[in-house]
Design a protein around this ligand. Structure first.
Ligand code: F3S
Length: 64
């Protein structure tokens, strides 16, 4: 599973990180710091929940 993030449209809600802080890393200003990453095995559910939590819907889950 892969995560793609439309960083330009992140407004810093930080809900993604509140659910999965080890996946959705934020920068010093509270905006998402990563653009794409492979989800480590076993963390798929957490990744999905974090993605769903973003009110701006900028986190896209690419299922394998
Ligand atoms: Fe940004 Fe959405 Fe997370 S607005 S900080 S990607 S909850």
């Amino acid at each position: 599973m892969k995560i793609l993030i439309d960083k330009a449209n992140c407004v810093g809600n930080a809900r993604c990180a509140a659910i999965a802080e080890t996946l959705y890393l934020l920068d010093d200003d509270g905006y998402i710091a990563v653009e794409e990453f492979e989800v480590p095995a076993g963390m798929e559910q957490l990744a999905r929940r974090g993605a769903k939590a973003c009110p701006e819907r900028v986190i896209q889950v690419i299922e394998d």
